[in-house]
Each structure stands twice: as structure tokens, then as C-alpha cells.
Design a protein around this ligand. Structure first.
Ligand code: BGC
Length: 348
């Protein structure tokens, strides 16, 4: 087990970017670059022990800068969408930068994923990434100090631990936006993967993908993924919610949320035998099936086509700052936000 650091290129502004690679005793490895604290590669074994890179994305810095659909990145201070680009805390309204449809703040206008993070090796299986978000950037209150620790255990678990603290009362919701393809990044559509999501309910959205406030049962809908189903089985159904988002791109309410770590989802690829389990202490998980991917040049120069990767983004529900009925993520000045997500790999 070891962490190695290599050069990953230089940005136009002269800032250098590095890649931290953690390898465990089974030969599995995870790489994270300092640009966007983005996961660039995960080499995981198939049922015959063969390693493949299961992260869909880029092998050059230019890809992460120019051709991004948030591949691999750490998202914050507020992951996912805030409707009408505003929210209020204690009667004070905060207006955010809007970067979707002229009204929505999506993924905090890309703040965290366009920053170069400081990084350090903590021990032989952990690297920590930190970033300071200035007060008022994109409209979010407070100077926010963020630290994200990535560890790879000998049980083939990638553990991501998030810490953040602000000097003003603010909203905090951090996630990782990796696109997975368990057959390997260059293996085409993920629609034949099986997916299971441990959720009796999901949050329906309007045409702009903003939650309506309803918590709807998944029963008798394409969102009933409580028993494994192939992603493709109902992804093109005419159920209105599927039609609005062009497939799965929704927040699921993880069963029995109580702020402790629990199983949120599982994906399985019959071809390779690779399995991915996702555990989190957060209340929600966005299952996004890569519906909007549209052929950007990815690793090995190959196009990243529609539905060739899927995301399982653990999170507070989208638009929580405007939805008092959802589990809340407003933190007092000095109050520490923590969250943990585990991506566990195996093969059978
Ligand atoms: C959103 C998608 C969006 C993607 C890339 C996901 O978190 O749910 O709608 O296309 O991020 O921006």
C-alpha cells in the first residue's frame, strides 16, 4: 500500500496540477487529481482478477478543464440544483450565480471543480484535499474551509470523508460526481448494468429538474429499484418523470436515514462480474444515468457517448435550502459539516 504523486500538467494561469494515486495490497488503485479534487481513475478487478479503469472521464488536464460534464469532481459548496438561484437564511436572501436555463444554480456554478486544491498524503492509504471557498463567491455566504479525505482500504473500499466549516451560517452539500462503467471506461452503454437503490421514495421534479416538494413512493413506477433491475429496462418509459429528465436523473430518499452509514445503492455488471456498493450517512442519492453525455473526447481519445457512464451522487436533496420539509443542511458559523460515502468494489 502506498500513495504516489505525479505531475498532471499545468493550467493556463501557471498553476500546477498533481495526481495522487493510492494502491492497496490487492493491486486496486484510485487516483485523484488536485484540479477539482476529481477522481480520474479507479482500477478494479473483474471476476478473473483482471484490472480495468471503471471511471469514465479524461486522461488529460484539458479534458477536465474544457470538456467537462463534472466527470469525477468534488462538487460544492452546494451539489445539485438550487431553484430560481436563491435561498434565504434568517430572513436574508442570497442570490446565486445561475448556470442552467438562466434560472438554476447547478453544482454551485462549478466552483469546487474548477479550483486547484491543496493535497497531502495522510498515511499509506489516504490522501487529503483541502480548499478555501471565499465569502460571497457565486453568492454563497461565508468563508468555507473544506477538507476531503480519500482512503482506499484493503477491502477494496474507497472511503470519502468530507469536512467543512464556515465563518457564517450557510448551506453545505458536498458530493463526488464520478461516472462509473463497471465493464471499463471504454465499454459502451451502461444500460445493461443492474442497479439497486435502497429507497421506497424519490423526489419528483418539474421540467427544470427542481424538486416539486413531493416525496413520492416508487411503488409501480420505473423508480422502484429496490430489487435489482437493468438500468435500461425502464429508462425510456413514458412515465412523466422519466420523460422530463430524459431518463434517470433523480434524487432517491435513502430508507431509514438516521445520519449513520447505510447501504444506499448497488450496481452490478454481468459481463465482468464487477459490483459496486455505495454506502453513505447522507439522506439522498442522485442516480444519473449519463443521459446528457454527448460524445466529448474522453480517455484514449474515445467519445464519451450518452449513457456510457452512470453517477451515484450521495447528497442532501436538491433545492433543500428552499424546502424546509426536506432534511436540512444549513450549518451555523463554526458548526462542522461532516459526511461519509463508501464505494466498495468486488467481483463475482
Ligand atoms: C445532474 C444532471 C447533470 C449532470 C452534469 C448531475 O448531477 O443531475 O442533470 O446533467 O450532473 O451536469
Amino acid at each position: 500500500m502506498a500513495v504516489t504523486v505525479t505531475d498532471f500538467g499545468t493550467l493556463e494561469n501557471g498553476k500546477k496540477v498533481e495526481k495522487y494515486t493510492i494502491t492497496n495490497k490487492n493491486g486496486m488503485s484510485v487516483s485523484v487529481i488536485t484540479y477539482g479534487a476529481a477522481i480520474s481513475n479507479i482500477f478494479a478487478k473483474d471476476r478473473s482478477g483482471k484490472l480495468a479503469d471503471v471511471i469514465v472521464g479524461f486522461d488529460d488536464l484539458e479534458g477536465f478543464v474544457e470538456r467537462t460534464d463534472y466527470q469525477g469532481v468534488t462538487v460544492g459548496p452546494y451539489a445539485n440544483r438550487i431553484g430560481n438561484g436563491k435561498f434565504s437564511i434568517d430572513g436574508k436572501e442570497y442570490r446565486l450565480a445561475v448556470n442552467e436555463n438562466g434560472t438554476t444554480c447547478l453544482h454551485s456554478n462549478g466552483e469546487f471543480n474548477t479550483a486547484v486544491w491543496d493535497a497531502e498524503i495522510i498515511d499509506e492509504n489516504t490522501a487529503a484535499f483541502s480548499y478555501k471557498s471565499p465569502d460571497g463567491l457565486n453568492g454563497f455566504p461565508g468563508n468555507l474551509e473544506v477538507k476531503v479525505e480519500f482512503s482506499l482500504t484493503d477491502k477494496d473500499e474507497l472511503k470519502i470523508e468530507y469536512y467543512a466549516v464556515s465563518d457564517k451560517k450557510t448551506v453545505i452539500n458536498l458530493t463526488n460526481h464520478s461516472y462509473f462503467n463497471l465493464s471499463g471506461f471504454d465499454s459502451g452503454a451502461i444500460t445493461d448494468h443492474e442497479i439497486m437503490i435502497n429507497a421506497d421514495n424519490f423526489t419528483p421534479v418539474d421540467r427544470l429538474s427542481i424538486p416539486t416538494g413531493e416525496i413520492r413512493s416508487v411503488e409501480n413506477t420505473p423508480f422502484d429499484l429496490r430489487k435489482p433491475k437493468t438500468i435500461g429496462e425502464e429508462i425510456d418509459s413514458d412515465y412523466e418523470q422519466i420523460a422530463f429528465a430524459g431518463g434517470y436523473d433523480h434524487n432517491f430518499c435513502i430508507n431509514d436515514y438516521d445520519k449513520t452509514l447505510r447501504k444506499a445503492a448497488e450496481a452490478y455488471d454481468k459481463k465482468s462480474g464487477r459490483k459496486l456498493e455505495v454506502l453513505t450517512d447522507l439522506p439522498g442519492i442522485q442516480f444519473y444515468a449519463g443521459n446528457f453525455l454527448s460524445g466529448q473526447k474522453g480517455k484514449d481519445g474515445k467519445p464519451i457517448d450518452k449513457r456510457t457512464g452512470f453517477c451515484l451522487e450521495t447528497q442532501y436533496f436538491p433545492d433543500t435550502p428552499n424546502r424546509p420539509e426536506f432534511p436540512q443542511c444549513t450549518y451555523e458559523a463554526g458548526e462542522v459539516y461532516t459526511a461519509e460515502t463508501v464505494y466498495k468494489f468486488s467481483a463475482e
